[in-house]
Design a protein. Structure first.
Length: 200
C-alpha cells in the first residue's frame, strides 16, 4: 500500500493550497518550500507548468501516487460523458474518501488508516482496500471497536461537519445515494488543466 510518508506541510506550501485541512496550523502557506526562495523565471509558470501543478495538487489532495492517478485519468478519458465528472466520481467514491466525507475521520490519511486496520465495513463485509470503489446504494459502517472510542464519539457529535449531497449519514452508518460529480467537490481545482495535461 504505497503512500507519501514525507513532510505534509511542504506539499501544501509547494502547491499554495491547504491539502490536508490543517487550517490555521499551517504556517507560511504562500511561501514555497526550500531555503533558496522561489525558483525559476519571474514571468510565472508556463501553460505546461500550470497544468502540472494542478495535476499534482489534486493527486496529493486525495493521497494517491502517480501510477494510480494515471489509471483514473485513463478511465475518465474513455468515458463518453464529461471527463471531469468521470474523474472526480472515481476519486470521490474511493472508500477512504467516502469515510472522510461522511465525517468518520478528521483527514483522508486517518480514514485510510481506519480502512487499512480493518475498521470499515461495506454492506456488512469488512473491506481493507482504501481504493475500493463504493457504489450507489452501498452502506459504509465502522467496527464496534472504533465506534466506542472517545475520539470518534466526539467526532460523530460534531454538527459543523457538512455531509455532501451524494452521501447520507445516520449515526455511525453512511450510504452512497448517487455517484458524485465535479460540482459536488467544493474545493477549487482547475480540472480543465488536468484533462489538457493528459490529453497531450
Amino acid at each position: 500500500m504505497a503512500r507519501y510518508r514525507g513532510p505534509k506541510d511542504r506539499l501544501s506550501r509547494r502547491e499554495g493550497f491547504d491539502l490536508f485541512g490543517k487550517g490555521g496550523k499551517l504556517g507560511r502557506l504562500n511561501i514555497p518550500p526550500g531555503v533558496h526562495g522561489p525558483k525559476g523565471s519571474r514571468r510565472g509558470p508556463s501553460q505546461y507548468g500550470s497544468q502540472l501543478r494542478e495535476k499534482q495538487k489534486v493527486k496529493r489532495f486525495y493521497g494517491i501516487l502517480e501510477r494510480q492517478f494515471k489509471k483514473y485519468m485513463a478511465e475518465a478519458l474513455k468515458h463518453r460523458g464529461n471527463t471531469s465528472d468521470a474523474l472526480f466520481a472515481l476519486l470521490e467514491s474511493r472508500l477512504d474518501n467516502v469515510v472522510y466525507r461522511l465525517g468518520f475521520a478528521q483527514s483522508r490519511a486517518q480514514a485510510r488508516q481506519f480502512v487499512g486496520h480493518k475498521h470499515v465495513y461495506v454492506d456488512g463485509k469488512r473491506v481493507n482496500i482504501p481504493s475500493y470503489q463504493v457504489k450507489p446504494g452501498q452502506t459504509v459502517t465502522l467496527s464496534s471497536k472504533i465506534i466506542e472510542t472517545p475520539f470518534l464519539i466526539k467526532l460523530l457529535k460534531d454538527k459543523e461537519i457538512k455531509i455532501p449531497e451524494w452521501l447520507q449519514r445516520k449515526a455511525a452508518a453512511g450510504k452512497v445515494k448517487r455517484m458524485p460529480v465535479r460540482s459536488d467537490v467544493v474545493e477549487a481545482f482547475e480540472d480543465a488543466d488536468i484533462v489538457e495535461f493528459y490529453s497531450r
